[in-house]
Design a protein around this ligand. Structure first.
Ligand SMILES: [Zn+2]
Ligand SMILES: [Zn+2]
Length: 67
C-alpha cells in the first residue's frame, strides 16, 4: 500500500503531514494500490480521483463532515 498523499510506501517514511486532519479533507493524489498519480476532480459535494488502472474513488459520506 502507498500513501495517497505523497505516493511513498505507507509503512515507511514520515507521513505526519499526510495523516493530519487537514490532509483528511484533501483528495488523494496517488493510488494506494499502485502509487500512480491520479486525476483528481473537485466537485461541489467532494471529489473524485481516477487511477488509470484501478478506477475511480469518490469521497464518501465521511467527506460531508462540517461543523
Ligand atoms: Zn505520505
Ligand atoms: Zn492504481
Amino acid at each position: 500500500m502507498y500513501c495517497v498523499h505523497c505516493g511513498g510506501a505507507a509503512g515507511t517514511g514520515d507521513h505526519g503531514p499526510c495523516s493530519g486532519a487537514r490532509a483528511a479533507l484533501e483528495p488523494p493524489r496517488f493510488c494506494a494500490e499502485c502509487a500512480r498519480r491520479m486525476v483528481v476532480q473537485v466537485t461541489p459535494t467532494g471529489w473524485s480521483a481516477l487511477c488509470s488502472r484501478h478506477g475511480a474513488l469518490t469521497s464518501g459520506p465521511a467527506a460531508a463532515l462540517t461543523d
